[in-house]
Design a protein around this ligand. Structure first.
Ligand SMILES: Nc1ncnc2c1ncn2[C@@H]1O[C@H](COP(=O)(O)OP(=O)(O)OP(=O)(O)O)[C@@H](O)[C@H]1O
Ligand SMILES: [Mg+2]
Length: 275
């Protein structure tokens, strides 16, 4: 299996706070890879360093064999698009203008805006269903609409590798599935490599070919959802007890977390009456 992204003895972090040391990770080309792990374990940091937004303290990241930090931002942006975790757009910028920015890496003084750019922008807005509010300022949209506008910008960039940090945040159930289906199609039909962070293990299991579970600055487990998602992993990585069965529709691992929920009601009532 060809590799899209490889990290070699990578150390990254913020000043003296190293999050990963000597990380050797290989992310396959043409597949959907999903990072999972608890809050603060470094998923966004890793994704941002792959996208050249954060410099390694040591080691290197190879993008299809070439060292990412030695490429220009335009070269990287033609190969790889990233949707960061909490993107902020300039005040008043409309959806249409935001999505158009995705075409920036394809422009140069030789090559101005073309029909192809317009087509990619329109297609991205249509696929994410943001064309109906294309002339609205991004900062006046709801959280989910805004998220979809940013996804549209990332898609308009039309790159072989697409990185997305929690793309389904803020989205209602319908739009979550729609976006994940869209990414699946981009992978299946157009061969795009998708690398994303998801918190929902069940959706991750449905859509990923390759799950990468992160814990304590290292890869705790990597492989197909069937091979990676189980009670032991969930306990170790998330510190949570759960039951893992098969997704009734897809047959992929389906994790049901334990917790007290309604079971706690009689206990609470008793405590209240005793008080
Ligand atoms: N710009 C920054 N400067 C200093 N420390 C940072 C910075 N960004 C993140 N960190 C720290 O690095 C650690 C990892 O953060 P990161 O955002 O990569 O986690 P994450 O796995 O993406 O978490 P989440 O699931 O909450 O998004 C955290 O302890 C965080 O406080
Ligand atoms: Mg994050």
């Amino acid at each position: 299996m060809a590799t899209a992204v490889q990290t070699n003895n990578l150390s990254i972090g913020y000043n003296e706070n190293l999050l990963f040391e000597n990380l050797n990770l290989s992310i396959p080309r043409g597949e959907i890879s999903v990072f999972v792990g608890s809050n603060g374990c470094g998923k966004s940091t890793l994704l941002r360093s792959i996208a050249r937004l954060l410099k390694p303290q040591e080691g290197s990241i190879l993008l299809e064999g070439k060292e990412v930090h030695k490429l220009s931002s335009r070269e990287v942006a033609k190969k790889m698009g990233i949707l960061p975790q909490s993107p902020v757009s300039p005040e008043g910028l409309t959806v249409h203008d935001l999505v158009k920015q995705g075409r920036y890496p394809h422009q140069s003084w030789l090559k101005r805006w073309t029909e192809e750019d317009t087509e990619k922008v329109e297609a991205a807005m249509k696929a994410t269903r943001v064309d109906e509010f294309r002339d609205k300022p991004v900062d006046e949209l709801s959280g989910g609409q805004r998220q979809r506008a940013w996804i549209a910008m990332t898609l308009a960039q039309d790159t072989d590798i697409i990185l997305l940090d929690e793309p389904t945040t803020y989205l209602d159930m319908t739009h979550q599935i729609e976006i994940l289906d869209l990414l699946f199609e981009l992978n299946e039909v157009h061969g795009r490599t998708i690398i994303m962070v998801l918190h929902d293990l069940n959706l991750a299991s449905r859509y990923a070919h390759n799950i990468i579970a992160i814990k304590d600055g290292a890869v705790f487990g990597q492989g197909t959802p069937e091979n990676v998602i189980n009670c032991d992993l969930v306990r170790s990585v998330f510190g949570m007890e759960c039951q893992v069965s098969k997704d009734p529709l897809f047959g992929t691992p389906h994790c049901v977390p334990f917790g007290r929920g309604r079971c706690i009601v009689p206990e609470l009532r008793q405590a209240k009456s005793g008080a």
